[in-house]
Every structure is written in structure tokens, then in C-alpha cells.
Design a protein around this ligand. Structure first.
Ligand code: ADP
Ligand code: CDP
Length: 234
């Protein structure tokens, strides 16, 4: 069997195939959109390609600015070639403004600014429970040393994206990213960085340009994602 056709994994919104060798993966972004908190799933045509395009542009920019990612290249049709990583079972979530679960679970005001930004680390398992440093080390998810690298990377990535998006009239509210280990143990950013895992508001109107459009039926999701892509590709 051709290695390129061998399925490596299939998640909720991507299929992954081996590339030329077993250290390379082709990530195929599917048109599926889901929200665990709103208990919603849908197939929305066009979302896969836009997520792939936005992720490719951002990953390329990050690589060029010394923020290491798994990205190698965009190969068209909603597919990108990435370096295979040993994924760390964390959802790393920097927050600049209050929205989503923090407003539901804590006494904070929607839209309240966090200065300095907050960092939330959830376990990628079942309903993604929130962790702390002790849990992460005790459960063997990452070592203390790795945890420090992950936190530094999160703050560096958040600062970089916040500035980049602000220059495009986008306010970065919060976002989720994933990390993994290269063969030599180095920790780099994996998975995707796209409107699917970010909260972004237009700086003037505070209108959502992200998955909240889908979560709360605020309008046309593909149009919101395309608007982000248009501004990012400027
Ligand atoms: P989910 O796991 O949330 O259903 P996806 O449909 O996005 O999500 O599936 C992508 C899967 O691939 C996720 O489990 C993610 O952790 C994993 N992954 C992302 N980047 C890499 C990589 N470079 N190497 C190996 N696995 C990866
Ligand atoms: O958005 P929700 O209320 O589900 O959870 P959150 O903790 O407020 O999410 C913070 C940010 O991470 C949002 O931008 C989410 O879109 C993103 N996220 C994600 O993409 N995938 C998850 N499994 C959890 C959060």
C-alpha cells in the first residue's frame, strides 16, 4: 500500500494520512464544525479549506519569526503537510478578554480585559477538564521543564498573534492551540490555528469573526471565516 494513502488518524474535523515517510503527515481539513458546550455538530461547506488556508499563513509566519511549529507546506484542497509529533494531551488556552467558559464558571464580566493575559491548560480527554501544574506533572502529561517551555511558548504566541491581528482590526479574545514533541524532544506547536479555535472580534463593532457565529447562530460562519482570511492575507 502507498504510504500516502495510509490513514494515520481521524478526529472530529480532520483526517490525517502518512506523507512520503512516517515522520510526515498530510492533514486534511474537513468541513465539519462542532461545539461541545452548545452540543452542536454540522457540516458547513467551505470551512475546511478556509481553516487550512488561515492555519497555513499563520504557521508559515510563526516559523519565519522563530516560533516553532510542525508546518511544512500547504499542498492545496484543504491539505497541509506537517511533521509528525508525539502530541501532548493538552489544550493550551491563552485569554486576553473574558468570554466563553470563564464567564459561565467564574464571577467575571464578559469582555473584561486580562492584564497580563491568563493561561488555561485543559486535558484533551472526555469533557476537557481544567488542570493545574501539579496535575500535569502527576498525571505524566508533561515534565516541569516541559511545562515551563509550553507556558513561555503560549505567551510568546499570544503576544505575536495579538499584535498581528490588531494590525488587521481584529481583537484576539482567546484561542486554543496544541503542542507536541519532535523526535529530539523539542516542543513545537501542532494541530491548527484558525478561527475554529479562536475568539476574534472586529475592533470597531465587536462583532464575532469566529466559531461563536456557529455556537450562537449569529450569521454565516463561512463568511466570518473568509473575512478573517481576507484580513490575514492582506
Ligand atoms: P480532535 O482530536 O479534537 O477530534 P481533529 O479532528 O482536529 O481533532 O484531529 C486532529 C488530531 O491530530 C488531533 O488529535 C491532534 O492532536 C492530532 N495532531 C495534530 N497535529 C499533529 C501532528 N503534527 N502529529 C501528530 N498528530 C497531530
Ligand atoms: O469556548 P468554550 O466555552 O467551549 O470554552 P473556552 O474554554 O472558553 O474556550 C476558549 C477558547 O479555546 C475559545 O476560543 C475556543 O474556541 C477554544 N477551544 C477550542 O478551540 N477547542 C476546545 N476543545 C476548547 C476551547
Amino acid at each position: 500500500m502507498n504510504k500516502a494513502n495510509m490513514l494515520y488518524a481521524c478526529g472530529k474535523s480532520k483526517s490525517m494520512y502518512y506523507g512520503e515517510n512516517q515522520n510526515e503527515i498530510v492533514m486534511h481539513f474537513l468541513d465539519s464544525v462542532s461545539s461541545y458546550t452548545q452540543n452542536k455538530n454540522a457540516r458547513i461547506l467551505g470551512t475546511g479549506i478556509v481553516r487550512c488556508e488561515v492555519s497555513s499563513v499563520l504557521f508559515d509566519l510563526l516559523n519565519k519569526n522563530g516560533i516553532p511549529t510542525h508546518y511544512k507546506k500547504n499542498i492545496g484542497e484543504g491539505k497541509m503537510l506537517v511533521e509528525k509529533l508525539e502530541m501532548i494531551k493538552l489544550e493550551v488556552i491563552p485569554r486576553n478578554y473574558a468570554a466563553g467558559s470563564i464567564v459561565r464558571n467564574f464571577p467575571v464580566q464578559y469582555g473584561q480585559k486580562f492584564e497580563p493575559p491568563l493561561l488555561k491548560l485543559d486535558l484533551k480527554y472526555n469533557n476537557d477538564p481544567m488542570l493545574n501544574d501539579d496535575y500535569i506533572v502527576a498525571l505524566g502529561i508533561a515534565s516541569n521543564k516541559e511545562l515551563k517551555v509550553i507556558k513561555d511558548l503560549a505567551h510568546e504566541l499570544n503576544s505575536f498573534l495579538t499584535l498581528f491581528l490588531k494590525q488587521r482590526d481584529i481583537q484576539l479574545v482567546d484561542f486554543k492551540f496544541e503542542v507536541g514533541r519532535r523526535q529530539d524532544g523539542t516542543i513545537v506547536i501542532g494541530d491548527e490555528i484558525s478561527p475554529d479555535g479562536m475568539r476574534m472580534w472586529d475592533v470597531h463593532t465587536l462583532e464575532s469573526l469566529d466559531k461563536d457565529v456557529f455556537r450562537f447562530d449569529k450569521g454565516d460562519l463561512v463568511e466570518a471565516y473568509k473575512e478573517v482570511a481576507r484580513r490575514i492575507l492582506l
